[in-house]
Design a protein around this ligand. Sequence first.
Ligand code: SAH
Length: 497
Amino acid sequence: MNKRKNSAAKKSGIKRKQSNKFHSNKQSTPTTHKSNKSQGKNLTNNKRGRSKKTITAEVTCTGLTKSGKGIINWEGKQLEIEHLLPGETAEITVSTSGKQVDAALKRVITTSENRVKPMCSYYYECGGCQLQHMNEQAQKHFKQETIEKLMKPFGKPEPILTMDHPYDYRNKSHTTFGLNKDRQIIGGLYAQNSHQLISMDRCLIHDPKADEIWQTIKGMMKSFKIQPYNEDTGQGFLRHVLVKVGKVSGEIMVVLVVASPVFKGKNNFVKALRKAHPEITTILMNVNNRKTSMVLGDQEKVLFGKGTITDTLCGLKFDISAKSFYQINPIQTEKLYAKAIEMAKLSGKETVIDAYCGIGTIGLIASQKAGKVIGVELNKDAVRDAIRNSKRNGVKNARFYQGDAGEFMVEMAARGEKADVVIMDPPRSGSDEAFLSSVVKLKPKRVIYVSCNPETQVRDMKYLTKNGYEVKGIQPVDMFPQTVHVETVAEMVLKGV
Ligand code: SAH
């Protein structure tokens, strides 16, 4: 799952981020650099009056960090350089101010055979993808190695399950609008970890239809006198457009996230949008009038259609609403869920807990092979969807509850209830001690841990392995090609049963 969020770091105005551009020259003559050499020095004063020294150096990249940056060793320090690959030599600038050392790529001198020209023309500005300069084989190797290093205490992971066409996969996208310096409306994505809007017409990992739709909306804004919302001044109306696409059903949801409930001309706007895109099956207005980096606000109004879309996953149909979590790469999700269910080794009798269940996907798929399923989830819209999904698929042996998964498990343990299998899929922050200690008390025979953040997963797996469980299998799945993110599912069993 991708629970990626842009950080709330705010910067004023809509400027283009200074790109870390360079020209990779595949034909450049390889040079052999035994050591990293400093070439030139330049002294300036920074704002605090501390002297800032900038030098140019020639370096060799020795490896990659877990966030995909190139590692170089410079004067005994390990520095990270974005977009540099192992084995490559490069010219970099190193700026030192006190203890602060910043390094930036100037020019790649000898290029790696794994380097490719990124397909996306915004790649070096955007930062939403971090690995587009690597070929597919190198991306696969990088992800496999990252997971192997992290999971070392538990054994060797299986080879990562990759995607045949690693683009166009995101079934959910949100776009933001703004004005450029000529006061023309622009739309696109925020650069990673910033509030700088990058004007773009296509994101190559989005579903292409979603990009077509928000482009249409951008084109309609002027004639409907809709101003983009400005986060600094609080002026303007349209904050974001969220598009969700059912990859199998073809159903499309458009959510207009606006700053005020008064939407003048909304009926005509909806009519015009539907005329341009008859494939849209539902349109919602979501009012977000808070100063927040969260995309969605609390108030929601359906302007057209049923307010949800339906999609099919592993043979079951799921209703998805604007706010509930749904895996963003359904092709890879089917592989992930199939693996998780296989690891659960269900015989038809077991009581299965689907913790952090979202709209009930894993639990409902597991229910076909289990005695009963108990799902728990914090988001009330998602629980409502899970209950609806259970009915829609004629599932009779699943119950869903709204609440904190940790508290729910503590109560279950206190009541002395039993569970045979716990399938858990927490957010990036991982699980918590309340949850994990209750798992240990409930003593399910199997714990299947699905995670989009292997670091918190390793932390939680350490807790479980110290408290009676052993790891039987680890399967990484590439749910987010072109980015550094990896999804992993781990199978743990209670020792001695
Ligand atoms: N298993 C689902 C959802 C996984 S995403 C799927 O595969 O689609 C993680 C989910 O955990 C989200 O739906 C989020 O709302 C939920 N969540 C976050 N914190 C929680 C908590 N403390 N207790 C229960 N659910 C929580």
